[in-house]
Design a protein around this ligand. Structure first.
Ligand SMILES: *Cc1c(COP(=O)(O)O)cnc(C)c1O
Length: 407
């Protein structure tokens, strides 16, 4: 018989009762080190007193009023994001996919409003992940996710990442813009190079296209800058973000320049829940923490500690791990471990060591702890991964005998 909770996920048989910082406590009392952070979402970890108090306090006053009225919490959050970023204006929504849908709508609308209604197509990249709505499935372009859901929504072209010739070849008279994750998360922590991002900006300027960045995962401090594109020192036209922005409370945002945002006139786009007082109270509390002086520098420092520990792990166990992904372009806490064994095996072994991680494509293990993690916890996670490596059956590496697997 089908479970009453629709079985769209392969869930671990594990439930958590409470958490504190980078730790989660399961219903059987066992403590897990959380280096998955609810898929790079619990940016302040678990039970962060400031976030908890902000949500509780706002919930007690008023949670939701609709966007028919002013929402001071949203006005404040938008003003702070504008102050801290390239953007002139912000739209709030509830999820990453919804933010990306809105981002594509804004790109098309800005083209249409400036005399280019024919420019509707968006150039996307192989290995992209933009969400599970019908249009974002098309933008994602992954055949596995599209299967059985009928005709893909038209308007999305795919080219290889970090290949400027392919991008230039794909640009045509109906191209509206380019949508790219500065660091692809789901497909295996693949970074767009700084140079590639800069060349995309140049090409967009040359052809009158809009550059839209999907920073749903890599944004909001994950890489040690508020947004990952800051490492490339480019100014995008639109950026979507979600995951970490609410610290676990559902919230998404689209940040845009005035040139794009001014075409989103009253009635042209909307959402019932988006930017409600409760969600924005959470967003403001998250910003209080990540914009505090020195916090993002700390994320970079923790990122260096973690990356170095993972590098040592790869050097010690080349039969299990191939490389560390993510720390070549942008630092921070969005790292991947490319595995020589199926990633599900390593992930399960890590779980046995009471370490939570997230699988990604290309047999990459995502290591994405809360941004409030400490150095000692980063070293502890690497230690647990080393023990996890003992649990899997290693593969032979040319020129080196496989290490003996304990047990
Ligand atoms: C998770 C993710 C999405 C989708 O976000 P949802 O909140 O699940 O809709 C889109 N883009 C990227 C880069 C993501 O990591």
């Amino acid at each position: 018989m089908i479970p009453s909770l629709m079985p769209t996920y392969n869930r671990a048989d594990l439930a958590f009762e409470r958490g504190e910082g980078a730790w989660l406590v399961a219903s059987d009392g066992r403590r897990y080190l959380d280096f998955g952070a609810g898929i790079a979402t619990s940016s302040l970890g678990h039970g962060h007193p400031h976030l908890v108090a902000a949500i509780a306090e706002q919930a007690g006053r008023v949670m939701h009023v609709s966007n028919l009225y002013r929402v001071p919490q949203a006005e404040r959050l938008a003003a702070r994001l504008v102050e801290a970023s390239f953007a002139d204006s912000v739209f709030f929504c509830n999820s990453g996919a919804e933010a990306n849908e809105g981002m594509v709508k804004m790109m098309r609308r800005a083209q249409a409003a400036t005399g280019h209604a024919e420019r509707t197509r968006i150039i996307c990249f192989d290995g992209a992940f933009h969400g599970r709505t019908l249009a974002m499935l098309s933008a994602t372009g992954n055949a596995k996710y599209l299967s059985g859901f009928g005709e893909p929504v038209p308007g999305f072209d795919h080219v290889p990442l970090n290949n400027m010739n392919a991008v230039r070849d794909a640009i045509g008279p109906t191209t509206a813009g380019i949508m790219i994750e500065p660091i692809q998360g789901e497909s295996g922590v693949n970074a767009a190079s700084v140079r590639f991002l800069q060349e995309l900006r140049t090409a967009c300027d040359e052809f009158g296209l809009l550059l839209g960045l999907d920073e749903v995962q890599c944004g909001m401090g994950r890489t040690g800058r508020l947004f990952a594109h800051e490492w490339a020192e480019i100014r995008p036209d639109v950026v979507s973000t979600a995951k970490g922005i609410g610290g676990g409370f559902p919230l998404g945002a689209i940040l845009a320049t005035e040139a794009v945002a001014r075409h989103l006139t009253p009635g042209s786009h909307g959402t019932t829940f988006g930017g409600n007082p409760l969600a924005c109270a959470a967003g403001n509390a998250v910003l209080d923490v990540i914009l505090a002086p020195g916090f993002l520098d700390g994320v970079q420092a923790r990122g260096r500690t973690l990356a170095a520990a993972l590098d040592r792990l790869v050097a010690a166990r080349p039969d299990v791990f191939e490389a560390v992904r993510g720390h070549d372009t942008a630092a921070g806490l969005m790292l991947g471990l490319k595995c020589r064994v199926p990633v599900a095996e390593i992930q399960a072994a890590a779980l046995s060591e009471q370490l939570l991680t997230v699988g990604a494509g290309d047999d990459v293990l995502r290591v994405v702890p809360p941004l409030v993690v400490g150095d000692a916890e980063c070293l502890e996670a690497a230690e647990r991964l080393s023990r996890a490596a003992e649990r899997v059956r290693p593969r032979a590496v040319a020129g080196r005998a496989p290490a003996m697997a304990a047990s």
